[in-house]
Structure formats: structure tokens, C-alpha cells
Write a protein that binds this ligand. Structure first.
Ligand code: GDP
Ligand code: IMO
Ligand code: MG
Length: 422
């Protein structure tokens, strides 16, 4: 297998960074294809912990070509700060000239919109929604514009006409072309050596038979089209979005591995049928360090919801699963998984599109055998307690998806891949 998508199957933070980093040991190329620094991907190896927000998870290996593709929205200032923090000597990174730039007014507008909403989305305040909005409205600034002074001035002049009107409507101060022009031209100079047509580059690398990993951000239930709208992000994280977001043909994708926690979490607003609001939830939150990598917010915790995974499989396709944070479930006494919903008197086996209905559904649980053993030192499937094996087998059978990887701790070494497919 040469091209593999690592995709979140829940509401983000499933451990995509960890799984991408693990698989990247076998890869030549790692591509981030959507989202921006709303993402926070944690990687732990050799006793060090890193949080990546924009930079692809292959960056620590100078032999890997890392690509930030056209589907991303990039805060260039944050990108430079992320690089400064990592202090890397050697790395290999390309940024798409077609990716859109998150500008300071996008962040102002993101925060302002949240304040007006009766039920805020609970965004990361990184300006993601407003940047994608401008992309669709054809008034966005692209990475390529930053390295072309004439185009940058023209684009800023056009877009600020609209943005300043919008800022004014929220009672916020306007931006001048001059202040942004100088600052962003300077960023353009700094990133210029990395900027290219990444579709051309990626197609060339695939033609050369290189092994390519696509690193999803967010998760399928945060998908703009297939997620729990309006409590979603503003891009599609699904494997199905990879071709458009990177500029390759759909048939060049060999498979996808859906990353899921052994339970569920969600940050921000929106329905969460299996949410646990008791001491079990607190136990999982503390044991799993369930606090946001990007915002530090406590994550809402819940039981594993197989309706969510089934939905992720249908809308994006999942050839394999990677189950993470399995170690956190050791010692959870009342262990169960959701296998359906009850909507009023009716049993349903799908996620309703109507948000009011989704808020009302009650999970139907299957009780699972619990285990107490510490599994953080397990290094093969055979070593797992019987109850843990049964837990994984139930997931596999219910979804008809093979569990390729399971993870029993944050470290790269605490990962077991059961089959050599990539
Ligand atoms: P991502 O956004 O999908 O990359 O996930 P995050 O990095 O935001 O959140 C996942 C968190 O779980 C991070 O703190 C990881 O270090 C941690 N993690 C990943 N896999 C495991 C695991 O198997 N066990 C434990 N205990 N922690 C894990
Ligand atoms: P990673 O890649 C978890 C959530 C926010 C909010 C909604 C919209 O680390 O899994 P946005 O700022 O994108 O407009 O916020 O989406 N969200 C995430 N939740 N992990 C993420 O990324 C997220 N990126 C956005 O909390 O509910
Ligand atoms: Mg995260």
C-alpha cells in the first residue's frame, strides 16, 4: 500500500498525530490537507512531547517530505512561531501556493461571531470559519499572494472593503491596507523558499512510487458537510476530501485508517449522546489528560459510540481502524458501548441531520466486560487481557472494519500494528 489517509472518526483529538508519527516511520511523504491551527496533534518519542498545530507530523524526520496542501488555511505568523519553538536543524517542508491565509481580521470576526450566537459553536478562536468563508466568497488571500507584492496589494484592497464593513458592524476597528501589506509581505519573504504548487509535487512523488500519508485534522463528526452541523468546523476532514484538498485523482488513494479513541470526547458545543457526567467521566478525563492541546479546555468525555464510527465509515470510508487510549479504560467498572439510539419511541441506527433530534436521542448501550490490568507495557495483541480483546473484537465485528493498530500510551513505542500493510 502506497497512499494511506489517517482520519479522525469522532470529534477530533483521537490521536491522529500519534498514529501519523508512528506510521511516518515507514513513509516518504506526510501531507496535511485541511484545517489550520485549530488542530493540536501531540507526538511523544524519546522522552519528548511535541504539540503540532500546522506543521505535518513527519517534520522530525528530515528524509520525509512534508506538505501543507491547498485545502489548508494557514496563519503564517503562527506557523513561524511553531517553527521557532521546535528549533529544528534540518527539515523538509513545502507549502501550497493555493492554501488560504488566516488574517488577523479573521480571528477578530471568529471571536465576535461566537459572542453573538445564542448557542456558540465553541470554536478555537483561530479564525478558521471566517477564512474558509472568504475562500468561498472569493475574497481570500492565498499563500501565493504573499510572495507577489502587486497581487497582495490588489487583493488586500479588495477584501478589506468587505472586511472593514463587517468589522464595523461588530463595533470592531478596521484594518488598513498599508499595515497588513508590509507585515504580510515580510512573512511572504520568509516562507518563499517553501512555497510551491504542491499538487504538481505530490503527483510527481506518487508517480515515483513514494509512500504517502495524509494526516487529517479534526474528525468526521466535525465535517462541514457530514458532521453535527452547525457544531462543526469549516472544512471536511474525511478521506473523501483528500483529492480536492491536495490536487490528486481520487483513485490514487489506496486506503484510510480511521483513528478512534476507545471512548469518546468532544470539545466545544453540540450534542454528545454518550456524554458521561459523573465520576467515571472525571476518572477518564484525568487519566487520559483530556484537556485541549490547542485551547487547554477540559474535553467532554463519553462512552464509545459505534453510531458515530458507523457514520464516519459511511461518509468517508474506513478500511482500517486505529484504537487509541485503550489503556485509559483499565479500571473503568461500568464499561459499555453505544450500539444504537432511541429517538422518542423509535430505535434508530443513524445520526439524524436535525440537530434538535440529535440532542434528544438516548443511547442504547451494550454492557462490556471490564478489566483492571495496566496494559501500558503490552507490546502484542496476545498480551492483552481477554476482556480487552473482547472489547476490540466487538468493535471490529459491529463495524466490519479491521483494527490495524491499537495504542496503549502516548509514547510512539506504546503502539501495536497488527499487520504490515504500509
Ligand atoms: P489529535 O488531535 O487527534 O492528534 O489528538 P491530540 O494530540 O489532540 O489528543 C490525543 C491525546 O492523547 C494526546 O495527549 C496524546 O499524547 C494522547 N494519546 C494518544 N494515544 C494515547 C494512548 O494510547 N494512551 C494515552 N494514555 N494517551 C494517548
Ligand atoms: P484536532 O486536529 C477537537 C472543534 C472546536 C469547535 C468546532 C469548530 O486536534 O483533532 P473551529 O475553530 O474549527 O471553527 O471550531 O470544532 N475543533 C476541534 N476539536 N480537535 C480539533 O482538532 C478541533 N478543531 C476544531 O472545538 O467545537
Ligand atoms: Mg488535537
Amino acid at each position: 500500500m502506497k497512499t494511506l489517509v489517517v482520519v479522525g472518526t469522532q470529534w477530533g483529538d483521537e490521536g491522529k498525530g500519534k498514529i501519523t508519527d508512528y506510521l511516518a516511520q515507514r513513509a516518504d511523504v506526510v501531507v496535511r490537507y485541511q484545517g489550520g491551527n485549530n488542530a493540536g496533534h501531540t507526538i511523544v518519542f524519546n522522552g519528548n512531547k511535541y504539540a503540532l498545530h500546522l506543521i505535518p507530523s513527519g517534520i522530525f524526520n528530515p528524509n520525509i517530505t512534508n506538505i501543507m496542501a491547498n485545502g489548508m488555511v494557514i496563519n503564517v505568523k503562527a506557523l513561524m512561531e511553531e517553527f521557532d519553538k521546535l528549533k529544528l536543524d534540518k527539515f523538509n517542508l513545502y507549502i501550497s501556493d493555493r492554501a488560504h491565509v488566516v488574517m488577523p481580521y479573521h480571528i477578530d470576526l471568529d471571536k465576535a461571531k461566537e459572542k453573538v450566537l445564542k448557542k456558540p459553536v465553541g470554536t478555537t478562536h483561530k479564525g478558521i470559519g471566517p477564512t474558509y468563508t472568504d475562500k468561498a466568497a472569493r475574497i481570500g488571500i492565498r499563500i501565493g499572494d504573499l510572495i507577489n507584492p502587486e497581487i497582495l496589494k490588489e487583493r488586500l484592497t479588495e477584501t478589506l472593503k468587505f472586511k472593514n464593513l463587517e468589522l464595523k458592524s461588530y463595533g470592531l476597528p478596521p484594518y488598513s491596507v498599508e499595515e497588513l501589506y508590509e507585515e504580510y509581505l515580510e512573512y511572504g519573504k520568509r516562507i518563499k523558499p517553501h512555497v510551491t504548487d504542491t499538487s504538481v509535487l505530490l503527483n510527481k512523488l506518487i508517480n515515483e512510487n513514494k509512500k504517502v500519508l495524509f494526516e487529517g485534522a479534526q474528525g468526521s463528526l466535525l465535517c462541514l458537510d457530514h458532521g453535527t452541523y452547525p457544531f462543526v468546523t469549516s472544512s471536511s476532514p474525511t478521506a473523501a476530501s483528500v483529492p480536492i484538498n491536495t490536487g490528486i485523482a481520487p483513485w490514487l488513494i489506496d486506503a484510510s485508517v480511521g483513528v478512534t479513541k476507545a471512548y469518546s470526547t468532544r470539545v466545544g458545543g453540540g450534542a454528545f449522546p454518550t456524554e458521561i457526567d459523573n465520576e467515571i467521566g472525571n476518572y477518564i478525563r484525568e487519566k487520559g489528560h483530556e484537556y485541549g492541546t490547542t485551547t487547554g479546555r477540559p474535553r467532554r468525555v463519553g462512552y464509545l459510540d459505534l453510531m458515530v464510527l458507523k457514520h464516519a465509515k459511511r461518509v468517508g470510508g474506513l478500511k482500517y481502524l486505529a484504537v487509541t487510549l485503550l489503556d485509559v479504560l483499565s479500571g473503568v467498572k461500568d464499561l459499555k458501548v453505544c450500539i444504537g439510539y432511541r429517538l422518542d419511541e423509535k430505535e434508530i441506527d443513524y445520526i439524524p441531520s436535525n440537530i434538535k433530534d440529535y440532542e434528544r436521542v438516548k443511547p442504547i448501550y451494550k454492557k462490556m466486560e471490564n478489566w483492571d490490568e495496566d496494559i501500558t507495557n503490552v507490546r502484542s495483541y496476545e498480551e492483552l487481557p481477554n476482556a480487552t480483546k473482547k472489547y476490540l473484537e466487538f468493535i471490529e465485528e459491529f463495524l466490519d472494519v479491521e483494527i490495524l493498530i491499537f495504542s496503549i500510551g502516548p509514547d510512539r513505542k506504546q503502539t501495536v500494528m497488527r499487520k504490515d500493510i504500509f
